[in-house]
Design a protein around this ligand. Structure first.
Ligand code: ZN
Length: 291
């Protein structure tokens, strides 16, 4: 009886030890689109948690105590350089010295965050100071993110290296296809066609596909009445009929502009979970808006 009990116990022990080995690698990312990227390469071998919860703003996010606790069981944190990381990444890293912190945006040449004009002056192209963090909205730049993700997974879990390599290769093919598709959709729109957007998240997208974004927001704030007036004038002169906004920000200014130019508000989400489908839809919305 004792023997049977003992061998049964041993069996359970062996089975669990094996299961522990097959357990997915725990990863954390800053924003939802990164979950899409990491899952493309990690597949079932990686379990991905997202820091900035759906609907929240990655510029000002504050991690929940529950999330800080969950970091203790995490093997890797994939950062991407969104503004909340400036304040929080050191604290995040400090919660777990065994956790690898990967800067997936490493190697991407950052462009300055687009800030718009002041009263009466023409739009500024670039501004000293803040670098644009929205690198995940351009497929060629996502290839760089993907390379950094692959490198980290190979380092953390070399046993499954060939799986990660294979997944990475097919993801790169997918990205190339998507890039081609967007290029084809926006072809013939002319060079540097302007679009008005509340929060300037589409700088790299615009750069990649030959468009020019005109932000409504000025250094993270709603524009003052004079600036708003200038924007309305600007849009009217150029026959712009659409003001793009994103679901994470409500904007009275964007609504006011759309109303004044007899145009409409169109939602484009920079933080959608299904990154590829969303970007395809965004391209079609830009295509429809840019005459
Ligand atoms: Zn943003």
């Amino acid at each position: 009886m004792n023997k049977v009990f003992f061998s049964g116990f041993l069996l359970i022990f062996l089975c669990c030890a094996q299961e522990a080995q097959a357990r997915p690698l725990r990863a954390f990312v800053s924003i939802l689109p990164q979950k899409f990227f990491v899952e493309k390469i990690g597949g079932d071998l990686v379990d991905v948690a997202v820091m900035v919860e759906p609907g929240a703003n990655p510029h000002t996010y504050e991690p929940k105590p529950k999330q800080m606790v969950a970091l203790a069981k995490t093997s890797v944190y994939f950062a991407i350089g969104v503004p909340f990381e400036t304040v929080w990444l050191a604290k995040i890293a400090g919660t777990n010295p065994n956790m690898l912190v990967v800067h997936t945006e490493a190697g991407i040449p950052k462009i300055p965050m687009k800030v718009h004009h002041h009263e009466g002056s023409p739009p500024e192209h670039g501004h000293a100071g803040i670098k644009d963090p929205h690198v995940w909205l351009s497929p060629p730049l996502v290839m760089i993110l993907a390379g950094n993700i692959l490198e980290a997974l190979l380092r953390l879990d070399p046993t499954h290296g060939s799986v990660y390599e294979k997944n990475h290769t097919s993801f790169m093919k997918e990205l190339l296809g998507l890039d081609k598709e967007i290029r084809a959709a926006l072809r013939g729109k002319g060079k540097n066609v302007e679009f008005v957007v509340f929060h300037p998240a589409w700088g790299y997208f615009a750069q990649t596909y030959g468009l020019e974004q005109v932000p409504v927001e000025i250094e993270g704030k709603e524009p003052k009445p004079a600036e708003l007036q200038y924007l309305i004038q600007y849009a009217r002169e150029r026959g712009i009929k659409v003001v793009f906004v994103q679901p994470q920000f409500s904007s009275l200014a964007a609504q006011a502009i759309a109303k004044s130019i007899g145009g409409q508000i169109v939602f484009v989400d920079p933080l959608a979970a299904d990154w590829a489908t969303n970007l395809r839809q965004v391209a079609l919305k830009f295509k429809a808006a840019l005459k």
